[in-house]
Design a protein around this ligand. Structure first.
Ligand SMILES: [Zn+2]
Ligand SMILES: [Zn+2]
Length: 343
């Protein structure tokens, strides 16, 4: 089968990804194999390709927004912490997301914070992901997916959607509150719709003219440039752009008691903060680290209730390097999604 692997991490211009032929993987105990129908291209894939995130293992296949159909089921696991195997049948449509495994036994896992498990492993970083025609996943980490969405529309929900949702939860937005969104790519455009569905007033700060247009179409109250001030103080903000320079601007835009939630796994350095201008009056800044499976299930339930508009820019699997390059150059509208069956 055709897969892409991270050959030598480096700038996209250096061609860090290589397309190779590999045998179709066999599902191990407790695993299922999906025939991949769509795989989203996440900014984290770009960080892995370019080496902002150090490789955990050589030649890993990226891609952790995988939608596919079960075409093989591995043997039952001998023993497993965490209870019974989910009932999975051949032909089921499932999703594979970023979190691929945890130990289930550490203090973080036991208190419901499995996203912080030191033994956690990730799709497309520790284990092979979905820039491929087939992918295997531990069945307990796969998600059943809501009806009413195409395969391509579901793919970006699996990381952009879920992690954006967790970042939104961590912003502690009060009901009907004023939310600032910094950066408006795949994750932000989904989180914005969840916030709007919950009655928030949403202000979007982003440099991309096309993204500002999309934000207005989705119902944003205002759009401005990335570093501009929103028209009113914010109760909460989420920083989606991986740009530390935006942290002081976002903190300065918060009202008293407001919270800034940083969504990304990677952020450029944050410039020095001024206590009075950026933090005093009980403003808070927080990071977001991946997500728990409970976050994922909750977000997908929200997506089942509120039909989210998912903007997809399609590519064939063979064009994965071009898709990542377009993402690096901010040329992607909404979410880039790879389709293995196209070409
Ligand atoms: Zn753990
Ligand atoms: Zn991701």
């Amino acid at each position: 089968m055709l897969v892409w692997q991270v050959a030598i991490p480096g700038p996209m211009a250096s061609g860090p990804l290589r397309a190779v032929d590999r045998p179709v993987p066999e599902p191990g105990p407790g695993q299922v194999r999906l025939k991949v129908a769509a795989c989203g291209v996440c900014r984290t894939d770009l960080h892995l390709a370019e080496g902002d995130l150090a490789p955990r293992r050589p030649h890993t296949v990226p891609g952790h927004e995988v939608v596919g159909y079960v075409d093989a089921i591995g043997p039952a696991p001998s023993t497993r912490a965490g209870g019974a195997q989910p009932a999975v049948r051949l032909g089921d449509r499932l999703g594979i997301a970023w979190l691929a495994g945890t130990d289930g036994t550490c203090a973080y896992c036991r208190r419901g914070a499995e996203n912080l498990c030191p033994a956690s492993v990730y799709t497309g970083w520790d284990v092979d992901g979905g820039y491929a025609q087939y992918a295997v996943v531990d069945a307990t980490y796969a998600y059943p997916l809501p009806a009413g969405y195409s395969d391509g529309e579901l793919a970006p929900l699996l990381c952009a959607g879920i992690v954006g949702y967790r970042a939104l939860l961590r912003a502690d937005l009060p009901p009907g509150g004023r939310l600032g969104i910094y950066g408006f790519g795949a994750s932000a455009h989904l989180a914005a719709q969840v916030a709007l569905a919950q009655g928030a007033i949403v202000h979007v700060m982003t440099r991309s003219e096309r993204a500002r247009q999309l934000a207005l179409e989705l119902g944003a109250a205002s759009v401005t440039g990335a570093y501009d001030s929103p028209p009113e103080p914010l109760d909460a903000a989420v920083l989606f752009a991986p740009v530390g320079d935006l942290v002081p601007a976002a903190l300065a835009a918060l009202d008293r008691g407001g919270t800034l939630s940083i969504a990304g796994i990677h952020l450029t350095d944050i410039p020095p903060l001024n206590y009075r201008r950026h933090l005093f009056q009980e403003r808070t800044v927080r990071s977001t680290t991946a997500n728990t499976r409970a976050d994922g299930q909750e977000f997908l339930a929200v997506a089942a209730r509120h039909r989210l508009a998912v903007t997809v820019t399609p590519y064939s699997l063979a064009q994965a390097d071009r898709a990542l390059d377009d993402l690096a150059r901010d040329r992607v509208n909404g979410a880039a999604v790879l389709f293995p069956d196209d070409g």
